[in-house]
Ligand binder design. Structure first.
Ligand code: 5GP
Ligand code: ZN
Length: 115
């Protein structure tokens, strides 16, 4: 756990409501400022500042994030119509919280290119 990291606090159950999904590796919860009818964040319980900061030791954890995101999309009922997974990294990527997170967005048709 990294001191003053809001997502570490959420993963530890010290902030926010009950998670949508949690196991020993990852936690999912609803975004406080949703950009789509369904907008969840999926994080590793371990503090990794960004995908750029992940190491080879995190390979299985990163794979688990992808597979769990797909599982949550099914649970949220957005699997049939499709959804978008987004990982913002760094300033140009638009990252604002420096604990790696996957955005799971669905419930409306997404546009491309992203803003
Ligand atoms: P980023 O811009 O880093 O890719 O995404 C950070 C996301 O975290 C934003 O969509 C923002 O709304 C969300 N967020 C920031 N603080 C909180 C919080 O305290 N609780 C929840 N549930 N979401 C948060
Ligand atoms: Zn953290």
């Amino acid at each position: 756990m990294s001191a003053n990291c809001i997502f570490c606090k959420i993963a530890a159950g010290k902030f926010g409501g009950p998670p949508v999904y949690q196991d020993e590796d990852v936690t999912a919860f609803r975004d406080i400022n949703p950009q789509a009818p369904r907008h969840l964040l999926l994080i590793p319980n371990k503090h990794i500042a960004s995908v750029s900061e992940a190491s080879a030791d995190d390979q299985a954890l990163l794979g688990k994030l992808m597979l769990t995101a797909a599982q949550i999309a099914k649970q949220e009922g957005i699997d049939d119509n499709g959804y978008r997974l987004v990982i913002n990294s760094g300033a140009h990527g638009g990252q604002t919280v420096f604990h790696l997170h996957v955005h799971i967005l669905g419930g409306r048709k997404m546009t491309w290119p992203p803003g």
